[in-house]
Design a protein around this ligand. Structure first.
Ligand code: NDP
Length: 284
């Protein structure tokens, strides 16, 4: 069986074309799309993500404003910084790098951010819209998974999909998005029993747990589509996914690599949601 590698860059580039033309149109109407990236502390993973996102935004002529707060900043001052971004008319979208230091309550941050600037879909208002199948901004990584599956024309309607991981940022929103695509969705997590047996019954398996090379060939049925969301650091400074690529790719019909898979689409979705919120506000 010929196995298909589902590369993220092709997906990102196809979306990028639409974004670039939308940015041109916005600029012609006097709107200069700008995203603020708010980082608390100097976690190297956050900094690497911020650098990558900045380069990608620059490639689409989108401005980036960097707000960097000390790791020991009080919750109150962090919320003030968010409030300031809500009021800043030159900023159209805000990306808050998570997880935040433990002394800052993520719930308070989610509440503080204006839903109109919430381009990563973290606020309750945008989550509720997703839940109710209304238009709104959604978390970028699961949206990237859906865009990737659509780009490679992997049928979702009526298909049985297993999502391993139930976080607020990946697993849960992805389940709702796939449900909206008429897939039949099951969610597994750390308490799921006989996961390898369960997993080997599914047409499509998405793994988003943050455990390097966890998903081995025993979890996979012949011909399944495997989507690896995991990003795990390797001792040599690289990254690896949640899937044991070498063995699983021999059984799967299609699989995303890490790096070069889902992660390559995320920032482009962020840019897409940024220009869409600009359009809603300024090009009615
Ligand atoms: P979280 O730690 O928030 O959630 C992990 C989930 O995996 C939990 O639901 C947990 O279950 C489940 N889990 C953990 N261990 C197991 C296990 N042994 N068997 C079954 N389920 C398990 O992680 P995130 O959702 O934030 O991220 C998941 C991965 O995706 C990480 O590697 C992260 O780096 C990556 N990621 C990639 C992005 C991208 O752009 N490509 C963006 C965001 C994340 P339980 O709820 O029971 O604890």
């Amino acid at each position: 069986m010929e196995i298909k590698e589902l590369k993220g860059l092709a997906v990102a580039n196809s979306i990028k074309e639409q974004i670039v033309s939308k940015v041109k149109r916005l600029k012609a109407n006097g709107v200069n799309p700008c995203v603020a990236i708010l980082r608390v502390g100097d976690n190297p993973d956050d900094m690497a993500y911020e650098n990558g996102a900045t380069k990608r935004m620059a490639g689409m002529e989108i401005d980036v404003k960097h707000i960097t707060l000390d790791g020991d900043i009080s919750e109150e001052n962090c919320l003030d910084a968010i409030e300031k971004l809500n009021r800043d008319e030159t900023v159209h979208g805000v990306l808050i790098l998570m997880p935040l230091p433990k002394h800052i309550r993520e719930d308070a941050v989610r509440k503080a951010l204006s839903p109109e600037k919430d381009i990563d879909g973290i606020t309750s208002a945008n989550m509720a819209r997703l839940f109710m199948q209304r238009e709104g901004m959604v978390p970028c990584t699961p949206k990237g998974v859906v865009e990737l599956l659509k780009y490679y024309e992997i049928p979702l309607q009526g298909k049985r999909v297993l999502i391993i991981g139930r976080s607020l940022i990946v697993g849960k929103p992805l389940a709702l998005m796939l449900l909206n695509e008429n897939a039949t969705v099951t969610i597994a997590h750390s308490r799921t029993e006989n996961l390898s047996k369960l997993s080997s019954e599914f047409d499509i398996v998405v793994c988003a747990i943050g455990k390097a090379r966890f998903l081995t060939k025993e979890f996979v049925k012949d011909g399944a589509v495997i989507i690896d969301v995991g990003i795990n650091p390797t001792p040599d400074g690289g990254i690896t996914g949640d899937v044991e690529y070498e063995t699983v790719s021999k059984k799967a019909s299609a699989i995303t690599p890490v790096p070069g898979g889902v992660g390559s689409v995320t920032t482009t979705i962020l840019a897409k949601q940024l220009v869409e919120t600009c359009e809603r506000q300024y090009l009615k």
